[in-house]
Design a protein around this ligand. Structure first.
Ligand SMILES: [Zn+2]
Length: 873
């Protein structure tokens, strides 16, 4: 961060006038209209030949970097440039955020290329083998460079840089841009996360005085909870590329996958004391990354370095930001044939407009945006010079993907989960990522069973699907499905396991041969509920059933659930099956069955008519083993003591997936809230003052004993385990460690240089463990006797000895996939992960792992919903 203020010197790039130093005259064409004069006629003549747009400074009325620009003004600037330079800039709105802000792309090209933009796009898809329209793919095409800004809303310098970058590309005085645009099409997404950006910018504008205060302790450097990094539901959009759980990502990826750029840059900011980071990325690299992809990153990095060196700016490469987890803005493009990169400027989230850094310098917003501008332009430059090579290698990448797919398997077969929507949800994920799948043809297959890891013979059944590896998206497919992630280094930035069959709770097999597609099975016609039946049953097997229940409860329908399996009319129904009878639903009158039918149809749920309350096997519907589901009033704690991500997952589940009311309560207000208003209180991962000691937790305990249901997640479980409520954390085996120390003490002689690796011994960055479930307990209804959990720490708990239920436990050898340090591996055995403690008239539900992780851990959602809707009823 030294000498950062020297940046305003001469023009950055040869042939270009600095937008900051020269005030351009604004020539908006609309200003010409009122009076026609010789001057305005001349002006019209000029603009129609050399179209000019105002610089950001002129348009905004302040120098870039002097203020944070609110999102709508960024959009207005892009619109202005597109209007003023229509021969080179085309805007496209691709969607809206949850809060209704527009999401846009700007395409910047030479006038010739802009005219044939659609042809360029189609040709690019032919190169990738995605578009098969009979026309041949032309390698003599411009490279597509896609620049994404401000995915993290409180890393705001990048959207400011986006405006400067746009301007420099269309500035008629910039001869180099003109040259680069002969060989590249530039796509700019000026702000991926407008809701988060405006949350930050609005707050900062409110907190800053007339003059920015560089004192890092002053208020303007301390953003309140939940901060602007994330989107409306507190989701990190830079973890969402593959899963697409958020509408911003869903809409953007439709466009991204319709283009498939050769180069993608995701602009970020990191802590303000860090120098700039750019490619090449750090290890681990996933081993699907090709030598060309590795090499071109280095070329880009070297070009960036050339500019940074000339200014004396500090930077680092090859450290910290790895290429592994598939859902980032660098890895996802990389696994789809691009050179995908993350660039990080120092500054977030405490940079403000100016901040005093540790090395006694002042880092300003103007500095930060200048650096991002520089790497963006440098990337365009090096891509333009190598456009031919980029296209050729891109073509080869996809030819290899289709014709010579790597990895352990040639195809995958996934079982249909007869009554559940698990496979339906997997198909949605595949479709979102343009991964081709097909119905499995009848027949026998041999392959490796994901659950056992052993060879198996499978007879395909109706509804099963196959996914062949020989397709354009073969690399992404392989990364998403591989049983064990191939990691080249153990120090990583994120989770190390995400194998989709475990995440979705599906029975899957890896096959050693490609499979010709079969034909689709016939659709089941949905049953209409009517007065002729005694009752209707809904199986409790997936999230569609929970969505249906949510609708029924909202409409005032009384729903029961069967605690035991039963048989009726020759059909077997599992534990947890929902029952709707006319009896007890009189208040709805004739509306009952239309309401039930509508709820089932809109959620894709099958209704089973039941002729009599007298069942063939199991408990009759009037039995004490059939329970009425009281519509729970639910609250979730939020605020400074709570993980915004985990609280956001809970909120998103209720709001978007279930459409069920939830009160967001501030954990800091707990002492003042009337908890009697809630049946269920959720404490997401956090560090709670109300669980700090026994006395502080007393009000919560009283509420549970009076009938409340407390759902604790992750660290909230760890905190409670210290309070003698009945749960205890499991320690490591101290005795064994002591014995070892007696023999030899050489282990103490560890090397300073190894310190990062040694930390890794106890780390669990996110790996998959098999949890044995007691599925006779309502918490595990709808599951087989096992569940695959994402373990992100080494916390396990002793089995509950009395007054509670060990519903989900890890036994001896339950490690499945991902990286777990050796010390942590020792600890992660024979312990509780999910449990229920009965306490007075209420209960406490323990969830040591997050079953809602980033909302993509699909198979965990039902477990969480069981805790909310079934446990304790
Ligand atoms: Zn970031």
């Amino acid at each position: 961060m030294q000498k950062l203020t020297e940046r305003t010197g001469g023009p950055l790039f040869e042939g270009q006038t600095s937008a900051l130093s020269v005030k351009r005259t604004k020539f908006p064409r609309r200003a010409v209209l009122p009076t026609f004069s010789l001057f305005s006629g001349l002006l019209f003549f000029i603009t129609s030949f050399a179209q000019t747009a105002p610089s950001p400074d002129v348009f905004l009325g302040y120098k870039l970097g002097d203020h944070f620009t609110p999102h709508y003004k960024i959009i207005n600037y892009f619109k202005e440039v597109a209007k003023d330079v229509p021969s080179q800039v085309k805007l496209e709105q691709y969607g809206e955020t949850y809060e209704g802000r527009p999401l846009i792309l700007a395409f910047i090209a030479s006038p010739e290329n802009l005219q044939r933009l659609e042809d360029i796009r189609r040709n690019n898809l032919r190169l990738a083998g995605v578009l098969k329209d009979g026309a041949s793919a032309d390698e003599n095409a411009p490279a597509i460079v896609w620049l994404s800004y401000n995915v993290h809303g409180n890393e705001p310098s990048s959207s400011e840089a986006a405006m400067k970058t746009l301007y420099s590309l269309v500035d008629p005085a910039n001869a180099r841009s003109r040259e680069w645009l002969q060989h590249t099409v530039i796509v700019i997404d000026p702000c991926i996360n407008p809701d988060g950006r405006d949350r930050y910018v609005n707050w900062f504008t409110m907190a800053v005085g007339k003059n920015a205060n560089p004192d890092p302790q002053s208020r303007e450097h301390h953003e309140p909870w939940p901060g602007g990094r994330t989107n409306h539901y507190n989701f990190d959009l830079n973890r969402d590329w593959a899963w697409q759980t958020q509408i911003e990502t869903q809409q953007r990826l439709k466009k991204y996958n319709a283009w498939l750029p050769q180069v993608h840059v995701d602009f970020h900011e990191q802590g303000y004391n860090n120098p700039y980071y750019f490619a090449p990325a750090a290890e681990p690299y996933h081993d699907v990354i090709t030598p060309w992809q590795r090499d071109f990153q280095i070329q880009i990095g070297k070009n960036n370095a050339r500019y940074f060196d000339s200014h004396g700016w500090l930077y680092f490469t090859k450290e910290e930001f790895d290429l592994f987890y598939p859902s980032y803005g660098d890895t996802y493009p990389t696994y789809n044939g691009a050179i995908g990169m993350t660039f990080e400027q120092g500054g977030s989230p405490r940079g403000g407009l100016a901040v005093a850094t540790a090395n006694e310098d002042t880092l300003t917003l103007a500095d930060r945006l200048e650096h991002h501008y520089t790497t963006g332009i440098s990337t365009i430059e090096v891509s333009s010079r190598n456009a031919g090579g980029l296209i050729k290698e891109f073509h080869k990448y996809f030819t290899d993907a289709r014709e010579r797919p790597g990895g352990e398997f040639k195809a995958w077969l996934s079982r249909n989960d007869q009554y559940s929507d698990r496979l339906a949800r997997l198909k949605v994920l595949l479709d979102k990522n343009n991964i081709e799948w097909a119905p499995a043809p009848a027949g026998s297959y041999t392959g490796i069973h994901y659950e056992t890891g052993k060879p198996a013979t499978i007879k395909a059944a109706s509804g099963d699907i196959v996914i062949n590896a020989n397709q354009p998206r073969s690399n992404l497919l392989r990364v998403l499905f591989e049983r064990t992630s191939h990691i080249s280094d153990s120090v990583t930035y994120d989770i190390t396991a995400w194998s989709v069959p475990y995440v979705y709770g599906l029975q899957a097999y890896g096959l050693n041969a490609f499979v010709a597609p079969g034909t689709a099975p016939q659709q089941v016609t949905p049953v209409e509920a009517g007065a002729s039946a005694y009752a209707y049953a809904i199986r409790w097997t997936g999230m569609n059933n929970v969505r249906c229940l949510s609708q029924l409860l909202a409409k005032g329908v009384k729903v029961r659930y069967a605690e035991q399996a039963f048989q009726s009319g020759g059909q077997d129904f599992e534990k947890g099956t929902l029952l709707i009878t006319a009896t007890g639903n009189g208040a709805l009158g004739d509306r009952l069955w239309p309401v039930v039918t509508a709820a089932a149809k809109s959620t894709g749920v099958i209704l089973y008519p039941i002729a009599s309350g007298f069942v063939d096997k199991g408990a009759d519907f009037g039995s004490g083993h059939v329970h009425l589901i009281h519509k729970p009033k639910v609250g979730v704690l939020t605020g400074e003591q709570v993980s915004s991500l985990n609280a956001g997952e809970v909120w998103h589940l209720f709001d978007q997936e279930l459409d069920y009311p939830i009160s967001q309560l501030d954990a800091g207000d707990l002492g003042r809230l009337d908890l009697r208003n809630y049946d269920v209180l959720i404490m997401p991962n956090g560090y709670y003052r109300s669980l700090a000691d026994k006395a502080a937790a007393e009000p919560l305990r009283n509420w549970v004993q009076a009938g409340g249901r407390l759902i604790l997640m992750e660290n909230a479980v760890a905190q409670l385990s210290k309070l003698e409520w009945g749960l205890k954390e499991k320690g490591t085996d101290d005795k064994k460690d002591n014995d070892k120390k007696k023999d030899e003490d050489y282990s103490l002689l560890h090397h300073y240089g190894d310190r990062q690796r040694e930390e890794v011994m106890s780390s669990v960055p996110g790996s998959i463990y098999r949890v044995e479930l007691d599925n006779t307990h309502p918490l595990a209804f709808g599951y087989p006797d096992r569940y695959y959990t994402l373990k992100q720490d080494d916390n396990v708990y002793e089995f509950i000895k009395e007054g509670g239920w060990n519903v989900g436990v890890i036994k001896k050898d339950n490690y499945v996939s991902g990286f777990t340090g050796n010390k942590a591996k020792e600890k992660l055995k024979d312990g509780l992960i999910f449990g229920v403690q009965d306490m007075g008239r209420g209960e406490v539900v323990y969830m040591a792992d997050d079953p809602l992780f980033r909302s993509f851990w699909e198979n965990g959602k039902l477990l969480f919903c069981n805790a909310v809707f079934l446990v304790g009823q």
